[in-house]
Design a protein around this ligand. Sequence first.
Ligand SMILES: [Zn+2]
Length: 120
Amino acid sequence: VHELSIAHSIVEIVCRVARREGSPRVLAVHVVAGDLSCLVKDSLEFCFDLTARGTEAQGAVLYLERRKVVIYCIRCEANSELETLQQFRCPKCGDYTAHLVSGRELSVDRVELEESHAPC
Ligand SMILES: [Zn+2]
């Protein structure tokens, strides 16, 4: 259900972009997702194909780019990327009081459109 509602939003966004640009078809969609967004790639692709049927986004390729979770450590006064979500603490000093900077984000980064050239 999670992926289906996300797929719906993605299709809505890219179709709006296609219409605004006067393009007949969406070729590819680049989605950026933080590790904490818990997206399952296969599931999202499946839902996207399903939702895109009959729209400008039908047959578009979905690229999912993962972003690591970034935390801020007060002790180190620095941002760090988390290699694993199992241990939610600063990888440099091991402090547990690190703050979440990013990792929950989910957005359409880029949309590739078919150009609507009139043939010469
Ligand atoms: Zn630290």
